[in-house]
Design a protein around this ligand. Structure first.
Ligand SMILES: C[S@@+](CC[C@H](N)C(=O)[O-])C[C@H]1O[C@@H](n2cnc3c(N)ncnc32)[C@H](O)[C@@H]1O
Length: 351
């Protein structure tokens, strides 16, 4: 694992003055100890400890922490939360206590806290409505033209809003099989009788007949798979069960010198994100993804994020499995309307 960031940031020499300094100081102590542990031969990181390590790195490294904090404030402004700065400050106070607790417990605690300033309920309830009305329609609009046939698979449907809007855009002329590790779809989604839900497990996520589906949609799911190996196995199986199109939207990043012509309205924080190094970007993506799932989405049953890939790396993995000429890809950056600011790539594979 790359630990560039740790080498460049180290400990502060001066004693901590404010609680935030104290927090950085302590968090960095934990991160540095982890680095020592990770350098030693006998240490085998489990996905859980890697996950925790990345979150501690995100909040312990000043540049990454500045980005994730400002990103959270920006996102909560999109949610029209009153005094988003205060809410985020309170959240970071809770995270500051994480040196004595496990990160997963702190995120669960934040999930169960009703923060002041949120009108009409918790941040989770507010975001659920916002995702339904703003983010999911944006995603459905991005991909609807690409859908072919009427047997559709949506892998890892979550609350189910992407399928819901896609079905509406296509006048309910499609049958959508939605999968997930557990069913936390919203009541409105469950009412659609052109949807069927299949609960899957991580060892057998695609229990379907060869060529059964016309199109598959996979939105923000790939980075939850256990490893790059599982990832490739999953794509090979997908190749078998899907006849025509595979549409993937996932959190990816590009190097800072990547030349891209953004077609989408970008969050102003994209430039700050671009300045982070590779490891900092991975930690920032991990932080943000963990917030969207553990605090606001399905909660503790959602597997932690594991594999965030560079846009070109994901593209080359797809090229190793599918016909290169039939893969379209586009780096989207961070769309302006997002609440959890992860940069994204869209990949469409024609078969
Ligand atoms: C970030 S959420 C995205 C939810 C939904 N696709 C959306 O965009 O609103 C990721 C989802 O993938 C699910 N997931 C993770 N690994 C999976 C697997 N192997 N098979 C199916 N779903 C999986 C998680 O439980 C979670 O609901």
């Amino acid at each position: 694992m790359s630990v560039n960031m740790l080498n460049t940031n180290g400990f502060d020499k001066k004693p901590p003055e404010s609680y935030l300094d104290f927090f950085f100081y302590n968090t960095r102590a934990v991160v540095m100890n982890r680095k020592i542990a990770m350098d030693c031969d006998s240490y085998t990181p489990t996905p859980e400890s890697e996950w925790e390590f990345k979150i501690r790195s995100a909040i312990g490294d000043p540049a990454t922490c500045r980005f994730v904090k400002e990103a959270l404030i920006y996102g909560y402004k999109n949610l029209k939360i009153k005094k988003p700065e205060d809410v985020v400050e309170n959240i970071f106070l809770k995270l500051a206590a994480s040196n004595t607790k496990e990160i997963k417990d702190v995120l669960e605690e934040i999930r169960n806290t009703q923060f002041l300033g949120v009108e009409g309920g918790s941040i989770r309830e507010t975001w659920s409505g916002y995702y339904r009305d703003t983010e999911a329609p944006f995603i459905a609009g991005l991909i609807s033209d690409q859908v072919v046939g009427n047997k559709i698979l949506e892998v890892g449907t979550g609350r189910g809003w992407v399928s819901y809007h896609l079905s509406n855009l296509l006048n309910k002329s499609v049958n959508i099989t939605q999968t997930d590790l557990f069913d936390y779809r919203e009541p409105l989604v469950k009412e659609y009788n052109n949807f069927a839900f299949v609960q899957v497990n991580a060892l057998d996520p695609l229990p379907f007949q060869e060529g059964f589906f016309d199109t598959a949609i996979i939105v923000y799911v790939l980075h939850h798979l256990d490893s790059e190996k599982v990832f490739k196995g999953f794509l090979c199986k997908l190749d078998k069960v899907v006849k025509h199109k595979i549409i993937i939207l996932d959190d990816t990043y590009v190097a800072s010198n990547h030349v891209s012509h953004f077609c989408y309205d970008q969050s102003p924080l994209i430039e700050q994100f671009q300045k982070l190094n590779r490891w900092q970007k991975i930690c920032a993506l991990t932080f943000s993804c963990s917030f969207s799932n553990r605090v606001d989405g399905g909660g503790k049953d959602v597997p932690p994020p594991n594999v965030f890939m560079e846009f070109d790396v994901l593209r080359s993995i797809l090229e190793s499995i599918f016909n290169k000429a039939l893969i379209k890809s586009e780096y989207l950056g961070i769309p302006k309307t997002k609440v959890y600011l992860n940069s994204e790539g869209l990949f469409v594979v024609e078969k």
